[in-house]
Design a protein around this ligand. Structure first.
Ligand code: SF4
Length: 336
């Protein structure tokens, strides 16, 4: 596609305004300007919405995404959109969630990217857990495949996990697949949580020593950690929660220095959206999320391959939707 000098200069300036806080130079922005212009033009022509997870690189979040958010926010956006096609810049299970919410829409992923949590459990594992604990309700974290969601009573995200566990009628709850999140949630509820053995390969890397080093270097910083970190880390921080909870905390706190113990995409996002604060990033990259690049978004928009188009059997959609709707219903009850 050809663009005029004026269009390219304006696009470079637009990108630089957003990305400079994350270390991008004007020359870097100049390089990607033709790509972002082309993607944004095609997306309009094809009535397509681009959703970007907070762990994407800043060029995707601020260059081409129409909505940036966490898994729950993006699932809601996917449900509400009037666009015919959704390009979901995130890992595969999240795009599956968008498809479950919108079976009539075309949902495309720019790269086939997994997740250590989603890959840690199969449908047979869930069935076996149910057999072993017939008296327990089953809550699955959103980081699971559509097929696993279809085997569960309710789905949850890191922001609403506790509310969902509390809302189930059973006294015992199988919480899967994140072992560390289950450990972090157990002290917050009287219910007995039965966990699985999945772990997020990004968040399990943080140690109590990481926090101690940050405290020494930035004694005034508030430290926020994701609930996928180990309990020994959570004990040492000022706030623990999901992505959305961390964002809300940053918006409200008078603290000027904040350290985010999570994937570095969120730190980039907060640097752009809160230039008045000093955000100390963690440099922890999710290799699954970072598989998606602008060139993949363009290719997927232009001519997606069959593997990039999310396809889920109808019976799985029906059952997984029940678990997701339960989460939405319970969460909305709390929001009222
Ligand atoms: S950050 Fe962890 S939980 Fe999120 S996609 Fe990557 S591996 Fe999965």
């Amino acid at each position: 596609m050809d663009f005029s000098e004026k269009q390219l200069t304006e696009e470079t300036n637009r990108l630089f305004q957003a990305l400079k806080k994350t270390g991008w130079s004007k020359a870097d922005c100049e390089v990607i300007a033709p790509l972002t212009l082309e993607i944004n033009q095609i997306k309009k022509e094809k009535n397509t919405i681009i959703l970007g997870h907070s762990y994407m690189t800043p060029d995707i979040m601020y260059g081409v995404a129409d909505i940036v958010g966490d898994s729950y926010g993006l699932s809601k956006a996917a449900k509400e959109t009037k666009a015919d096609t959704i390009v979901f810049c995130s890992v595969h299970f999240m795009a599956e969630t968008a498809k479950i919410m919108n079976p009539d829409k075309t949902v495309i992923v720019p790269a086939i990217a997994g997740c250590s949590l989603a890959e840690s459990i199969t449908t047979n594992d869930v069935r076996e857990l149910r057999q072993n604990y017939p008296e327990a309700g089953v809550v699955c974290y959103v980081n699971t495949t559509a097929a696993v969601k279809a085997e569960c009573d309710a789905c949850c995200t890191s922001s609403n996990a506790l509310k969902i566990i509390e809302a189930l009628p059973q006294k015992k709850v199988i919480f899967l697949p994140d072992e560390l999140m289950a450990k972090n949630l157990q002290p917050l509820t009287k219910k007995k949580i039965i966990s699985w053995t999945g772990r997020c390969i990004v968040h399990e890397e943080f140690t109590p020593e990481t926090i101690e080093e940050v405290r020494k270097e930035y004694p005034n910083a508030k430290i926020l950690a994701h609930l996928e970190c180990m309990p020994e880390v959570i004990e040492k921080v000022d706030m623990a929660g999901g992505t959305e909870g961390m964002i809300k905390y940053i918006e409200k706190t008078p603290a000027k220095e904040l350290m985010l113990v999570t994937e570095c995409g969120l730190s980039d996002r907060m640097k752009v959206e809160h230039p008045e604060k000093k955000i100390i990033g963690s440099c922890a990259l999710c290799l699954y999320m970072k598989k998606i690049m602008l060139k993949d978004v363009l290719q997927a928009l232009k001519s997606p391959t069959p593997e990039q188009i999310i396809d889920i059997p109808d019976d799985v959609i029906k059952k997984a939707k029940k678990a997701l709707n339960k989460m939405v219903k319970i969460t909305e009850r709390y929001e009222k």
